[in-house]
Design a protein around this ligand. Structure first.
Ligand code: DC
Length: 227
């Protein structure tokens, strides 16, 4: 099976780019952030503190997460059989996801689910540790980034379109906090794999970013196979 690992910080454009890239290559798109978000949501719903291992670890036994795909190949995430795909996209759950993601037992809990999907399908998988930990032998690895101000601006516009009332300053602060959490945790922190290609999308339109990644992926995966 072929796999593209796409890692990077909040707001680098990973989700939109990975989804479109998967469509163009006819691969399955796997959004691993949705898994951490689902655990974050479960803990918050139970009144627990997502940053507390004592609150989170014992509850992992009660959690079952499944990724299912509809007939347009769109990923839906099910938490204990309920579709939570839309509810997990709030600023509160974003922060909870980042907090539970710092707990090693949570990462361990999610490893096999992610690897099994990549064993059975050609995938574009987006996350923080895909190239370093989940799929160290991925066919192609990309580390996607952009300036912090541009990432905050993109996320701010996205939340505004959804009717969220957060200010730009709040979005920027949340993003810096999550970047810090995600890059400083002890286990599988966000970092560029040694063999990943760094792509900086600052100043690039979405369309140009996707074209660029598609060219890189085609070159890396398919040309390599031909020769
Ligand atoms: O990609 P996202 O914004 O949906 O991810 C939400 C949080 O989940 C992110 O801040 C950190 C965590 N996460 C992770 O630790 N590892 C992944 N592979 C994906 C997400």
């Amino acid at each position: 099976m072929l796999s593209i690992a796409l890692d990077g910080p909040v707001g680098a454009g990973k989700t939109t780019i990975a989804r479109e890239l998967a469509k163009r290559l006819n691969f399955l798109y796997v959004d691993t952030g949705a898994l951490y978000r689902s655990i974050g949501k479960y803990i918050v719903d139970q009144g627990g503190d997502p940053s507390s291992p004592e609150d989170v670890i014992p509850r992992l036994h009660d959690i079952s997460i499944q990724l299912r795909y509809n007939n347009q190949n769109q990923q839906r995430v099910f938490l204990n059989n309920a579709d939570v795909s839309d509810e997990i996209r709030t600023p509160e759950i974003s922060m909870a996801a980042s907090q539970v993601g710092a707990i090693p037992e949570v990462r361990e809990f999610l490893i096999s689910l992610q690897r099994e999907i990549a064993e059975k399908n050609n995938v574009v998988m987006d996350g923080r540790d895909i190239g370093t930990t989940i799929l160290p032998n991925a066919s192609f690895k990309i580390f996607l980034t952009a300036s912090v101000e541009e990432r905050a601006e993109r996320r701010y516009q996205e939340l505004r379109e959804k009717g969220d009332g957060s200010t730009y300053e709040q979005v920027l602060n949340d993003l810096k906090k999550r970047d810090y959490n995600d890059s400083h945790r002890a286990v599988s922190p966000l970092s560029q794999a040694a063999d990943a290609v760094l792509v900086d999308t600052t100043g690039l339109s979405l369309e140009d970013s996707i074209d660029k990644l598609e060219d890189l992926a085609q070159e890396a995966i398919f040309h390599r196979e031909e020769h």
